[in-house]
Write a protein that binds this ligand. Sequence first.
Ligand code: SAH
Length: 309
Amino acid sequence: MHRCEKIIGRNNSAIIARLKAHSAGRISIKSIKQEVALDLQRIRIVLVATSHPGNIGAAARAMKNMGLASLYLVNPKDYPSGVALGRAASALDILDNAVVVDSLESAILDCGLVIGTSARSRSIPWPVVDPEECAEKLVTASRQNDVALVFGREDRGLSNEELQLCHFHVQIPANENYSSLNVAAAVMVLCYEIRKAALDYSDSETDNPESEAPGKQTDLSELDNGDESLTEFWDQPLSTVEDMERFLEHLEKVLIRLEFHDPEIPRQLMPRLRRLYSRIRPDKMEINILRGILSSTEYQLDKKPKNQD
Ligand code: SAH
C-alpha cells in the first residue's frame, strides 16, 4: 500500500473522485490536500454519563464549529432532550447521528488510540500529554485508525477503571486553584487544538507548481509531501481496545494457571500490566504474536502431567 493510501484510507471514494476532478482540471491538488488534512471524521468525542443535556448540546456545537462530527454518549442521564437540541443550535446533525451506548468500553472497542481527559491527577500515574500533544496524536493516528477523546461526568469526572482504558490522559493546564472546566468548555478547548493541529498540517503543505497544474494526470502519491510530523506511518494498524481487552483477559488467565497471579491477592499486577502494554500500544500483528505465545503456554501446561511427584 502506498503511504498516501494509508493517509486517506484505501477506499476513500470521495477523495478518489476529487483526484479524478483534478485530472480533469476542475480542482487543485492543494484543495484536496487540505480536505485530507481537515478530515476529522475518524476522531470521535465520547461523553460519559453526562447529567445535564445542555452540556451535550453545547459539546455538539463545539464539535461542529471545529469540524468534528462523531459523538458517542455513554449512559447520558437525560437524553434525548429539547434542552440539548436548543444548545446545539445548528449542530443538530451531530446529535441526530450521535451513538448512545451503555458502557465506555463499547464506545471505544474499535479504536486504535484513546485519550481520556482528567482535571486532576489520579492514584496510579498514567502517561499524560498536554492539549497540543493530544491533538497531534489524535490527528496522526486518525489517518489509519478510529480514535477517541473521552470526557467524564460533570461531578466526578471519569472513574479510575475508565481512565485505565485510555492510552494517555490529557489535562488542560487551567488555574491551579480552580482547574475543573465545564465539560462542554473542555470539549471546545480540545477540539480547537485538534483543528489547529489539522490546520497546521494543511498549511505546512508546500505548493508544488507542477502538481498544481490543472488537468495533470495525478494519483494518490500527489498527496504525499514527505512531512513526517503528522504522517507517522506504521506498517500495521494499531491494535484496538477490543484486541487489548481480549489479550489482557488471556494474559490474566495464563498468569493464574502459572500461579504467578493470585486473584485473591491481586495487588496492582493487572493495572500495572495494562499500563505497560497500553504504553507500548502494540499493533495488530504484535498482539497476535503475544496471543500466540499465551496459547502455546497453555498448550504446554495442558501437556504437562499433573501431580508429577
Ligand atoms: N470533579 C471532576 C471534574 C469533572 S469536570 C474531577 O475532578 O474529575 C467534567 C469533565 O470535564 C471532566 O471529566 C473532563 O472530561 C473535563 N475537564 C474539566 N476540566 C478539565 C481539565 N482541566 N482538563 C481536562 N479535562 C477537563
